[in-house]
Design a protein around this ligand. Sequence first.
Ligand code: D6G
Length: 468
Amino acid sequence: MSRPMSDEDRRRQISVRGLAGAENVAELKRNFNRHLHFTLVKDRNVATARDYYFALAHTVRDHLVGRWLRTQQYYYEKDPKRIYYLSLEFYMGRTLTNTMVNLALQSGCDEMLYQLGLDMEELQEIEEDAGLGNGGLGRLAACFLDSMATLGLAAYGYGIRYEFGIFNQRIAGGWQVEEADDWLRYGNPWEKARPEYTIPVRFYGRVEHGPGGARWLDTQVVLAVPYDTPVPGYRNNTVNTLRLWSARAPNDFNLKDFNVGGYVQAVLDRNLAENISRVLYPNDNFFEGKELRLKQEYFVVAATLHDIIRRFKSAKFGSRDPVRTSFETFPDKVAIQLNDTHPSLAIPELMRILVDEERLGWDEAWNITVRTCAYTNHTVLPEALERWPVHLLESLLPRHLQLIYEINQRFLDRVYASFPGDHDRLRRMSLVEEGAVKRINMAHLCIVGSHAVNGVAAIHSQILKDSV
Ligand code: D6G
């Protein structure tokens, strides 16, 4: 039932859409024209609707920048516990309208476009979806980022900058046809590439055990280049970061045995390394078990943990001691939330860094790892559960497989001490599944390596407790 708008309704509507004072509108219009001219290098004789969308996006983005810088600086000054949400999917969708709403710019932009004779809805429709997810799991990640920014929490999303997101569906003659989702074709005005923070990620190789501990040698390196997207809270001046990694071949990739004629092939083969961030696997609740997917999972985990530890140690702006050298306070300053088992290699990777690189003893490293990591389970459907063949892990991540075996051995020793003689329990609870193909049960790894496990609804958490 509709009723006439009261003054209160009108005030509320204004406060939800933001103020459209004449000065604000004039300022927005100046910036819009400046971007059309200097950023897009167009004038109104030749500009297309897409140019206007980009000019508007850049105008809105400018309002994020100061808040983003200040938020990140504030986190370094206050040094709060930081939350790291690791996910292979972030289903962000469109950014323009959400940003205008959260920054109270909508009315001003509406009015500005109206004065310029442009149509807001037409421009909004031009923005591509950031479809870096299949459905619920990826959208949950995106919603958490939004909520955490609105709550003013020092939170970060970490994932992969897939060049191709979830496919576009076309129906041809009554059949579904999948079309490549080339969402970056016209450029993405919301991301900021940060090649200066590039991180090397290692694969394959072999492990050598010596007096100084384990060394992972003869590895192949792929570079992880971060792209940052701002995540604004709702009208609270907080802007958090979603950092997505893009794979890049190092300049010497495949050039080791360079000879005339080999050079061109070596450059062409750079694609092999860069395929890691090429495409989102369009599997919802289904485990496909492809090596490229395992590479994606380790790629995001390795780059992210490197970044987390760099930030934990760093002392920007002289906020505290020069640099942290002790990991004792790590779980008080870092929370790692695993969105399903997809980033579960974070557990052995953190152990590898603490034991092999930082030279902590096993028990101390394990205590830190468990207190840092937490796991969200999404399903109990057997066809969805990640069970990676041991032979794949052995060739791609030989040191991680050793660490998983060690984690398992110590875990089963504890189980057996509590349930002496119960061999069937050992078989059921082991991280390692025997069979025609020996596999690692990644959910078991997550449960053993975390201090908290949750489902995605109260009833789901209850099912996990009662029957799994
Ligand atoms: C974002 C925002 C920017 C900040 C940068 C690096 O791009 O202000 O400087 O992240 O932040 P850290 O990774 O050093 O925390």
